[in-house]
Design a protein around this ligand. Structure first.
Ligand SMILES: NC(=O)c1ccc[n+]([C@@H]2O[C@H](COP(=O)([O-])OP(=O)(O)OC[C@H]3O[C@@H](n4cnc5c(N)ncnc54)[C@H](O)[C@@H]3O)[C@@H](O)[C@H]2O)c1
Length: 514
């Protein structure tokens, strides 16, 4: 049965917890008649009171009129039983995240609502298709995935179950727009768009720690200052709490049948077991205990700012494997008064600087027949104006490492030196994020535009991953990933065919197929 294209007026919401309450608020504010129901006595009434209080704070701030609040609250009715949903055009379920509970509710709703009524689930991690299977009319069941806090996170994923009618999807897209939210359409797959695309950032950062490349604070700083992420991966894990994020990492990994791109880390399993959940437990990757604990970890801890030392060697030879990057580094070093060794091979007492894409410093030094003891690598993926990452080989001597630090910190830009890592911190993390987004496009889970839109709004990344990949250059990303795959021998880094084909064709990663 395919519900017709009837306008929606009355919306039932099952579950008046964190999400149900937020959804009820915005639906009522948009002028729909809301019926809010919860299995727990008084929960719906409490939710309605909290909504009224929440809206009153907006009146106090001058963002909403008292009349608008009164009208919104008056639109929320509290039926005594599920029979109160009988006249609903749409029912959104936001109850506990358990398949059997959701299936029981959907089957019960079948017997209560009219045949044109759409049934939507706000599940984050269950299969919409499996929930819909409990209905005698799975064509009218779809996912309508909101994000927390609902009034502020203005994105909704509209999820197409295997048997969902296209008319139902269009009605939900219209409904989400009427709420003032941005709808994106996605196929029913684990994590939909946002929780799928977001799996690269944290898991890659955990691998970097796991390899002893750098600590959490350093990785956070590098990804914020160099790549422009609003939050570092470890700040984010601390905010969400490992009790939530570790099971999500495991669930997505297993739902994709152990896809290596999503492989979780034993580090979070162990930290979860130790109770180091994050902010909510007072300790996570950062320590939040004590009166003077910072509300947020500092951007650059003062002790890690490197002072330039005029006593250090000031001459550097710079690898020419990437002529464009070499020119940028030459200009940078000349601007701080360093001497450039312009020989075809380095003088015996010059610092050797390599600029690898996806290779580690040791491999780059050996590939280019340089002395690894006086070789240091520099990440040139982004513009190096807010932060610089240097990387040592396994045998770089302290003297040469300090000389490099001193040169690159001479204009006051913060510098961190990390241990050897194919793809530093930024290259491997950003390449992994873009690669996953390309695979989402390849699997036709969503259109390239919707993938970028969902990630920009839902994850607040500095750019949509496909447009970001275009800005970096698909051939360069492909090179980084091929080197990562070769050096690790790990299919985690195998380039998505979506990326590989567009890199070879010289077209945008946003290019759809006819
Ligand atoms: N919390 C988030 O950030 C978030 C984000 C997106 C989606 N979701 C999804 O939204 C749903 C709700 O999550 P939440 O965080 O609001 O949970 P919550 O625990 O705050 O609220 C769930 C509510 O559902 C009620 N409930 C349970 N069974 C019921 C039933 N059969 N009928 C009516 N009410 C019932 C509970 O009493 C509770 O009040 C879950 O499916 C969750 O995965 C959560």
């Amino acid at each position: 049965m395919a519900a017709s294209h009837k306008a929606m007026k009355t919306v039932g919401i099952a579950g008046a917890g964190l999400m149900g309450r937020g959804i009820a608020q915005i639906v009522a504010q948009a002028g729909f008649d809301v019926r809010l129901l919860d299995a727990k006595p008084f929960a719906a009434a409490d939710a309605k009171r909290l909504i009224a209080e929440q809206l009153a704070t907006l009146v106090a701030k001058g963002k909403l009129s008292a009349v608008a609040v009164e009208s919104a609250v008056a639109h929320i009715a509290l039926p005594e039983s599920i029979a109160g949903f009988a006249d609903a055009d749409l029912v959104i379920e936001a109850i506990v995240e358990r398949l059997e509970a959701k299936q029981t509710l959907i089957a019960t709703l079948d017997g209560v609502v009219g045949k044109e009524c759409v049934l939507a689930t706000n599940t984050s991690s269950l299969s919409v298709t499996a929930i819909a299977a409990a209905s005698a009319h799975p064509a009218r069941v779809a996912g309508l995935h909101f994000f927390s806090p609902v009034p502020l996170m203005k994105l909704v994923e509209v999820i197409d179950g295997l048997l969902t009618s296209p008319v139902v999807i269009e009605r939900l897209v219209e409904f989400a727009s009427a709420l003032g939210h941005t709808p994106v359409k996605a196929k029913d797959t684990p994590g939909f768009i946002v929780n799928h695309a977001g799996r690269g950032y944290g898991t890659e950062a955990l691998r970097i720690i796991g390899e002893g490349v750098a600590d959490a604070a350093t990785i956070d700083i590098i990804l914020k200052l160099e790549a422009g992420f609003r939050m570092g991966p470890f700040e984010l894990l601390d905010l969400t709490g490992l009790d939530v994020s570790h099971p999500v990492m495991e669930s997505i990994y297993h739902q994709f049948y152990e896809e290596p791109r999503f492989r979780p880390s034993p580090l979070t399993a162990q930290r979860l077991a130790a109770g180091l959940l994050g902010r909510k437990s007072g300790r996570g990757f950062y320590d939040y205990r004590g009166a003077d604990a910072p509300a947020r970890p500092p951007i650059v801890p003062p002790t890690t700012i490197i002072q330039s030392d005029p006593a250090q060697p000031r001459r550097a030879w710079i690898s020419g494997t990437s002529p464009g990057s070499r020119q940028r580094v030459v200009s940078l070093l000349q601007s701080v008064g360093a001497e450039i060794d312009t020989g075809a091979t380095p003088k015996s007492d010059s610092l050797c600087i390599v600029l690898p894409s996806g290779r580690d410093a040791t491999t780059a030094a050996l590939d280019e027949r340089l002395d690894p003891r006086r070789t240091v690598a520099l990440d040139t993926l982004f513009d190096m104006s807010r932060h610089r990452t240097l990387m040592t080989t396994s045998v770089t001597e302290r003297h040469w490492r300090d000389a490099a630090k001193s040169m690159f910190a001479a204009d006051g830009v913060p510098v961190h030196v990390i241990h050897d890592s194919p793809g530093f911190v930024v290259q491997r993390t950003v390449a992994h994020v873009v690669n996953i987004a390309c695979d989402i496009a390849q699997q036709r889970i969503a259109t390239p535009e919707d993938i970028d839109l969902a990630v920009r709004i839902g994850l607040a990344y500095p750019a949509g991953p496909l447009a970001w990949g275009d800005a970096i250059g698909p051939p360069r990303l492909l090179r980084i990933l091929k080197n990562l795959a070769r050096l690790y021998g790990d299919p985690r880094y195998r380039p998505s065919l979506w990326l590989a084909r567009r890199a070879r064709l010289g077209v945008s990663l946003l290019t759809p197929e006819a």
